[in-house]
Design a protein around this ligand. Sequence first.
Ligand code: ADP
Length: 459
Amino acid sequence: MKKEHSLSKRLFTVLMVFSLLFSLAIGIIITVASFSTYEKAAAQSLSTEATDIANSLQGKTAEDRLSQLQDLPTGLVRITYVGEDGTVLYDSEVGASELGNHSNRAEIQDARRDGEAVVERQSETMHEDSLYAAVALDDGSVIRASEERRSLASFIGEMAPTIALVTVIVVVVAYILARVLSRRIVKPMNSVDLAHPSGESPYSEIQPLMDRIEQQRKELVKSNDELRRAANLRREFTANVSHEMKSPLQVIGGYAELMSNGMVSEEDVPKFANLILTEAESMRLLVDDVLTLSHLDEHSRVGDDSPDVDLYDVAASAVSRLDSKAGDRNLYISGVHDDAVVKGNAQLLEQMVYNLVDNAVRYTNPDGRIRVRLGRDGDYAVLSVDDDGVGIPEEYRERVFERFFRVDESRSRETGGTGLGLAIVKHSAEDHGGTVVAEESEWGGASLVVRIPLAESAR
Ligand code: ADP
């Protein structure tokens, strides 16, 4: 199944993770900062208290000291008085005799050495620590003030409800923000006019997407146009073919009817049969050309993997097939290169030359001249068929390659033209990667010039 990506889900996750991390970081910073402030203040006040008491005891006798200590108001702070030998002389919370020798306690040793000391010890319960501030008196005895102080763990524990509340708020806010934001982000995208996405895009980030949509839309429009044009051409072609078929069929039908009705005299029968044959032949030629063209329409271009074809062989073969039809005309091949080899379809190429020479024969006088020339021009083989016939007027030199276009309708029909010969030549030349143009020959007739890229090996 395709995984659905939801923008609001993603935003929710990102916002939530970000806010949680953010509030966690802030929480840690605040906790640590306030804990250390609290810690410092507690140590400071304890040490001040110890110093004050020590100052007030300084220079007094042992009894005075004890009675003064006993008179101190009992508060949160525990006061211990340790003699110079380490015995506890007074403690504000526990009987002094219950406490052992204190001379190995860190705060006592430190105070004796440095005058005063502050030491912290962790209690077993973990929730509270003990803080000791000790000050040495001039006779080596020590006054110690101590206090239970909250540990970091209990500090954090106290924050737990607040943390939970903040978490809930973060989740709710992230959820609402994600919904609102995703809706706001998506709304302008949905209002984009996809038919004309080239206009303003709501975000620069999606401009590439819009460009791609626009490009694809253009391509679609283009290929749609091409399809429509191709369909039109096909429709037009079919209509033309049916039209071209109609007249020989009518002629054949008409003559056959006359003959079957006995309206043709015995001696005229061969003449009528001949007329029918001629029309049948012109229909056969038309069908052949139509089949060739539709074959060309359906099959893709000639490629590099096509076989080598020597254009000279092809031309020679086409010319020899037309030799008898050429009659007295002076038909010859000249300027032959033995390596005018191209990649392609020999049969198609021969049909191409055949059509060109056939046209030359049909549009020249019986004593005319026809020359098939084969040469090279750079990477191209150039094949031209020149004649000294009627020629093609300049304004029709492009249109003669259109299907069923004829300059002189009656001459074309009289000589058995289908109107498709040059269309086949053009199609075939283009399928071989080449071109064909109609020009005027040096004798004033027509010159049809085909250029086809030479095979790599022949260059
Ligand atoms: P068609 O079967 O009518 O000859 P083509 O497609 O071969 O059809 O040629 C199209 C038209 O071009 C012809 O009808 C003719 O008018 C003109 N044409 C072609 N070849 C020649 C040529 N060698 N000399 C004069 N006109 C030509």
